[in-house]
Write a protein that binds this ligand. Structure first.
Ligand code: OSB
Ligand code: MG
Length: 383
């Protein structure tokens, strides 16, 4: 099979013509509520983007949440942006390479999650039209990837421990605990006591300030593999100051919106690990650039998640096969989120790994009846 070449490399062959773009908002019940320092979700809402081209169709998932708590984007805002601005800007366009999407939408400031969804859908169509798979497009080097799991804040440390034990028994190789002020050191200590050798990390989703440094100094004693996004997403300097006081590596999530953010954060000493999410950085092409910027600086990366359906999960798992991804990601099995996904489920085997799809495009197919049953609104551009 001919390899597509990584983003940015020239390729022969004609482009695809975008005929129409369809948006669908879907709503899937979660198997258990997911609580973070910024709120609780009991259903997963997402916008799915379907691109119709002259050659093939493609799908992408927008990871914006119902409210702008994780980042400034949110479902209704992303919907309007996609329907009124981005889809009209791409309808009728000829796309020579997936990078063209970012270039055509480059004048739009921000709105990275909306851009990423559209770029993923166009890339899926483009790859399918050539019989190429996403793993090869992003320079993936692995057939299987190690999986971790992100555990929401529970009512008690005991409840959290029970949930974690279930995941460990299923093979997950790293467990990430959500923390918030008041539910941090004691919870982590309890879990650490029961599972002394488990690779464990915490994610604060920006809920603390530098005045809370003593909390992180206490966590520093618990042998964590990393502390994710302890402080405000716009405070790189503060993260650098905290990092100086800790042995535990700091990983940034919300703070990193681009490869240039990644380079700046690493060079400032604000982090020594990066969580890559394609939605947060504006797409696949930028995700590869973040990976490359971190790799050049010797910084390990891993692939985060936003409770995606199988459509977004396929993108995450392909990215997790890149060579600089050296830590298990939040690429959990579909059954950790949904009793029934929109695609065939992603399965974590007992060894804690998951297969990287190798079929053309994103490598998964949507089940039309399930999609229809979960769709709450729909629009097509042009009508
Ligand atoms: O901070 O990584 C995060 C989910 C929604 C919003 C933010 C985050 C998360 C997760 C879940 O941690 C990761 C997953 O399993 O998809
Ligand atoms: Mg995070």
């Amino acid at each position: 099979m001919k390899v597509a070449g990584r983003p940015g490399e020239a390729s022969a062959g004609e482009g695809i013509v975008i005929r129409a773009i369809e948006l669908r908002e879907v709503s899937l019940p979660l198997v258990r509520p997911f609580r973070t320092s910024f709120g609780e979700e009991t259903v997963k809402g997402a916008i799915l983007v379907r691109v119709e081209s002259d050659a093939a169709e493609g799908w992408g998932e927008c990871v914006a949440s119902p409210l702008p708590r994780y980042s400034s984007e949110w479902i209704d805002g992303a919907w309007r942006m996609l329907e009124n601005v981005m889809a009209p800007a791409l309808a009728g366009a000829t796309i020579g390479r997936p990078e063209d999407v970012g270039e055509r939408l480059g004048w739009i400031r921000g709105h990275r999650m909306a851009k990423a969804a559209l770029e993923a859908a166009v890339t899926d169509a483009w790859l399918r039209s050539r019989g190429l798979c996403l793993r090869d497009f992003v320079g993936g080097v692995r057939d299987r990837v190690p999986c971790g799991v992100s555990v929401g804040i529970a009512s008690s440390p005991q409840a959290m421990l029970e949930e974690i034990t279930g995941y460990v028994d299923r093979g997950y190789r790293r467990v990430k605990l959500k923390i918030e002020p008041g539910r941090d050191v004691e919870v982590v200590r309890t879990i650490r006591r029961s599972l002394p050798t488990l690779p464990l990390s915490v994610d604060a989703n920006a809920a603390y300030s530098l005045a809370d440094a003593s909390i992180f100094e206490a966590l520093d004693e618990l042998g964590l593999v990393m502390i994710e996004q302890p402080l405000h997403h716009e405070d790189l300097m503060e993260h650098a100051k905290l990092a100086e006081r800790l042995q535990t590596p700091i990983c940034l999530d919300e703070s990193i919106r681009s490869a240039s953010d990644a380079a700046a954060a690493i060079d400032l000493g604000a982090c020594t690990v990066i969580n890559i999410k394609s939605g947060r950085v504006g797409g696949l092409v930028e995700s590869v650039r973040v990976h490359d910027a971190a790799r050049e600086r010797g910084v390990p990366v891993w692939i985060g998640g936003m409770l995606e359906t199988g459509v977004g999960r396929a993108v995450n798992v392909a990215l997790a096969s890149m060579p600089g991804v050296t830590l298990p990601g939040d690429t959990s099995g579909s059954d950790r989120y949904f009793s029934e996904d929109l695609t065939a489920p992603f399965v974590v085997e007992p060894d804690g790994t998951m297969a990287v799809p190798s079929a053309p495009g994103i490598g998964v197919e949507i089940e039309p009846e399930r999609l229809a049953a979960r769709t709450v609104r729909q629009v097509r551009v042009p009508p």
